[in-house]
Every structure is written in C-alpha cells, then in structure tokens.
Write a protein that binds this ligand. Structure first.
Ligand SMILES: [Fe+2]
Length: 467
C-alpha cells in the first residue's frame, strides 16, 4: 500500500497486476518512472521490467556522474533568474580559488570602495569593442559596472553572458583592467591505465537520411564484430569496451524546412528501429552509451533528456545500451587507488554559434573545432552565451563544467578533430552522413566515416577511416 500511495502522490496510477515483490528499491523505481513517463501513466509490469533492465545495464566499470532526469513542473522567468545565479556562483567559486582573486569584492562594494585596486567577478551583460579596448559591463547579484579591458588575444574570445574575473585599477571612478581572468582548468597530467582498453567515439549517424552512408556504417559495425580484414583492427576491436554515440542517431522529422525531400525513411519510429538493427549486432559485452542531439526526438532545449522510451523503444530494449542526457558525464574504469576517467559528452549545438561569432574562432571556420572546445573548457561552460543553444529554464545551470573531464567529446558539426588542452583530450566526432544541401549552401565540407579510438593505456588516439 505504501508503494501505491507513493506513486499516486506523484500522479501515477498503478496496475493491479504490478508484481510488487520484484521492487527492491521503491525510490529508485519512482525516480525512473518520473524520468521516463508522464503523469497519469499506468505503471504496469512492462514498466517494471524496463526499470529492472536499466539497473542491470551499468557494468562494474562505468559510473554515471551526470545524467539529467526530466521532472515535469511548471517553469517561469524566475527559473531563468535562478539558472543564471547558479551559473554565476558556481563559476565565481572556480575563479576565486586562484591566488590573484583573493580579496574579491562585490560590484556594489567596489563602486563604494576607496581602494584604487579591486578584483571583481561578474557575468558579461554587454560587450562593446573599440580601438585597443573592450568595454564590458559586468554584473553580479549586487549591481553592474562598466570595465575597460585592454584588447588582446584574450579579449578576442570574450562573449556575452560568460563569467570572468578582472583585476581593476580605479581611476576617477572608472574601472580599467589589463586582461580578463577565465575560470579555466588547471594544467594536469593525463591519466593512464595499466592495460590496453579502447574507447570508441562516433556521432551523427543521421539514420533515415538519403545521405546516410549505409555501406560505410555497415563496415564499421563489422569492424566492431571483429570481422575486419586487417588483423590489427580485429585485435583492437576486441579491446573496445565502451562505444560512445554523441547524438543525432537519426535524421529525425521536421528538423529543418523541406527535410522530407532528403529523407529515405520518413517515419521516426522506423528510423529508430532501423538504427537499432545495426546497434543490435554489436557484441553485447561492449557497452554503448548514447546521448541525443538536435535531430533526435527529445526537446531541443538543453539539457536534453535521454531519448524518450516511447519513440526509441528498440534502443531502450538493447541490453548493452545506456541512454543518457545531453550533456552527460560518466566515469570509466575507476578502481581502488585509481579515480578512473571522467568523460564529458556533449552533442555540441553551441559550436555553430561560437565558430561564427567568436572573433578568435571565426578565422578558422569549421576547420578547427578543437579550438572551440578549448574555449569551452576555459570558460567552464558548454554554451556560454544565451542564444548559443536553447537553454531549458531550470533553476540550475547544468551546462556549467563543474567537474573537470579527462576526455571531452562533442560532435554536431560533422568534422573530425582531436586536440589536447591542459591534459584534457578533446575529441570532435565525425559523422555517417554525406554532404547535405545545407552544408553545400554554407560551404561546409564534412568529414564523414572517421572513428576515434582512444587507448586508455597511453591515451593514444587512432583514427579509422571508413570513407
Ligand atoms: Fe547535430
């Protein structure tokens, strides 16, 4: 009766056939239901089976550090206010750990202070670029102040809504600073494992599109099955333990105007069923972690919840598939005396905005996405500017990078790239879709069919080309 009451209190009905004896952890089951089913749903044995399957899926080597679970509630403007306050406080804390930020004072105090030197932390409300200077209006919960920052390479990457620190000299009531201080990450050594173990990164399958590279994808699946012609590849395939798929699993429906003309499979259920047929062939001992992208059938606003069960049912039913949110963070291979590897997964919708709007990145276009990834790590945020992606009005900012990853993986722009930044391995995944009309129009040349393999033994990267 206790269980029935709990579910009723949260707006769910319980089928009289539900096998209550199988439920060991009622709260975990309720949490699962709340994340996957709308209120009013009748909780039956099928739902229970799905829950039990999800608890069996996570192997000993993998821990989920962040997975956004949707809770249905009314949202409003105040949630956005809370979200931006949350971002400010989290990033202020990061900046204030630095020695130069000791003695940080609030903006309202700085305005009244008689001292000529102050260190401020603020969110950029407005940016204006002049000759030799950038005028940034900084805001914190106590007020706002214009700061003149000397133009440099660092100011070339400033964007609105990011949180920065500034050491200021006050002259005649005006604030001047030589350079912004980014939250950034500390320099660290790359971790290493004592055995050969590979991670595999792919994304943007776009199954259902006429441009889906079917033969090449089949060849990739055969590689995972250990059926490559080359012996070396067969050896590697055997050592792949985790496969990360970073969104846009299918091409979706109605994602852009007249998309139907470019669709081979114009039905979303058939798209997910079709791609599942391929993933089903991957040996079961390999764990597959999937996050959604902007073409998938979940809401666009980030964080995007894991792919919905009712649409992507065939994927949910695969025993070795774990569906997580976008972004998500997992840890693999932690053991006694070893922290394991933190892997940050983000589809990468904000990359488009950054590449075309940030002065420092504009000159490279889509050629160097790894630089955009470095910038996100410096700003400790996956989509610093409001409008660089759609942000869900939640009372917390889940796009702030609070835990430093060992590997940061992203995708979306169909360009394969790799780089390292202060000991973090950055991977921008390739795709399985040939050049689209839209890409032709904007002059973007994609790089499909590349697969990134990371050997945790030495953090070495191998890129296999299937195109
Ligand atoms: Fe995408």
């Amino acid at each position: 009766m206790e269980i029935l009451k709990k579910f009723l209190n949260h707006g769910y009905l319980v089928s009289p056939e539900l096998d209550l004896n199988k439920i060991e952890d009622v709260d975990a089951f309720l949490q699962f239901v709340r994340s996957n089913y709308r209120k009013g749903y009748v909780i039956n044995n099928q739902v229970l089976e799905a829950f039990l399957l999800s608890t069996r899926k996570v192997s000993h080597g993998l821990k989920i550090l962040f997975n956004f679970e949707e809770k249905y509630k009314k949202v409003g403007v105040n949630d956005f206010v809370s979200l931006y306050n949350d971002r400010y406080h989290k990033l202020k804390e990061v900046i204030c750990r630095r020695s130069e930020a000791r003695g940080t004072i609030s903006i309202s105090k700085a305005l009244k202070s008689s001292s000529n030197e102050v260190f401020l932390v603020g969110m950029i409300k407005e940016l204006r670029r002049g000759k030799g200077w950038v005028r940034a209006i900084l805001e914190d919960p106590t007020g706002s102040v214009p700061v003149m920052i000397r133009a440099s390479e660092k100011t070339e990457e400033l964007v609105e809504d990011e949180v920065i620190g500034v050491y200021c000299i006050k002259r005649n009531g005006a604030f001047f600073s030589e350079a912004p201080v980014f939250p950034d990450i500390p320099e660290r050594e790359m971790k290493k494992l004592d055995e050969d173990l590979f991670l595999c990164f792919i994304a943007d399958i776009h199954y259902g599109s006429k441009m889906f590279l079917r033969e090449e994808f089949e060849e990739f699946i055969n590689f995972l099955k250990g059926k490559s012609k080359e012996e070396k590849h067969r050896e590697i395939a055997e050592k792949i333990k985790y496969i990360f798929i970073l969104g846009d699993i299918v091409d979706g429906i109605g994602v852009y105007p007249e998309q139907e003309r470019e669709l081979e499979i114009p039905d979303i259920y058939s798209q997910y069923a079709g791609v599942s047929e391929y993933l089903k062939q991957i040996p079961e001992e390999k764990q597959i972690i999937i996050i959604p992208g902007n073409h998938d059938v979940v809401r666009m606003a980030e964080p995007q919840p894991p792919l919905y069960r009712d649409v992507a049912k065939p994927l949910h039913e695969l025993k070795n598939v774990i569906l997580l949110s976008n972004p998500a963070m997992v840890n693999v291979e932690a053991k006694e005396g070893f922290d394991g590897f933190n892997i940050l997964l983000y589809h990468g919708y904000s990359l488009d905005y950054l590449i075309s709007n940030v002065n420092r990145l504009k000159k490279y276009g889509y050629e160097k996405p790894e630089l955009a990834m470095e910038l996100l790590l410096r700003k400790r945020h996956l989509a610093p500017t409001h409008g660089s992606t759609l942000i869900a009005p939640l009372n917390q900012d889940h796009l702030t990078i609070t835990t430093i990853p060992d590997i940061f993986a992203t995708a979306h722009i169909h360009k394969a790239a790799v780089g390292t930044y202060k000991g973090v391995l950055n991977i921008c995944c390739s795709c399985w879709q040939a050049r689209t009309l839209f890409q032709e129009k904007v002059g973007h040349i994609p790089e499909p069919g590349r697969v990134f393999l990371v050997n945790l033994k030495n953090m070495g990267i191998r890129i296999l080309k299937f195109v």
